[in-house]
Design a protein around this ligand. Structure first.
Ligand code: FES
Ligand code: FES
Length: 153
């Protein structure tokens, strides 16, 4: 079994095939930008893209991720180092506080903007409802989403 993550193929040793995608990404590949929060699909900290859709990696077994294109926060920037417009908007709006939830927030936003280039407030609320932030950055997140949508249009 192999997983395609950020454009690269990774063999999955047999012992890892029943693990969650989150643990494989973090522990086996060392891609620690994707965070462990609740481990139960409730907080969004572990959000990655699966074929472009936001996916909670803590509740997805590795075996079910095989055959899909997986993208993590480490795979958003271009090879040149140029940041993704959503990452740049996050910096411009100085969104994070502790930062723990932010990779998940950014990945959910990338998925949202790939589906809706100019999302309504309702679409933003729906896309980010499952991404919790204990630091209260929601207002700046909304500003960054709006900014990124403008850049991408
Ligand atoms: S760690 Fe996956 S949703 Fe909370
Ligand atoms: S920035 Fe701290 S949890 Fe969101």
């Amino acid at each position: 079994m192999e997983l395609t993550i950020n454009g690269k193929s990774h063999p999955v040793p047999p012992l890892w095939q029943e693990e969650s995608l989150l643990f494989f990404i973090r522990e086996q590949l060392g891609l620690t930008g994707t965070k462990f929060g609740c481990g139960a699909g409730l907080c969004g900290a572990c959000t990655v893209l699966l074929d472009g859709q936001a996916q909670r990696s803590c509740v997805l077994p590795v075996a079910q991720a095989s055959g899909h294109e997986i993208r993590t926060i480490e795979g958003l920037a271009e090879p040149s180092g140029k940041l993704h417009p959503v990452q740049q908007a996050w910096i411009t709006e100085a969104v994070p506080q502790c930062g723990y939830c932010q990779a998940g927030q950014i990945m959910s936003t990338v998925a949202l903007l790939s589906e809706h280039r100019q999302p309504t407030q309702e679409q933003i609320d729906a896309a980010l409802a499952g991404n919790l932030c204990r630091c209260g950055t929601q207002k700046r997140i909304r500003a960054a989403v709006t900014r990124a949508a403008g850049v991408q249009s």
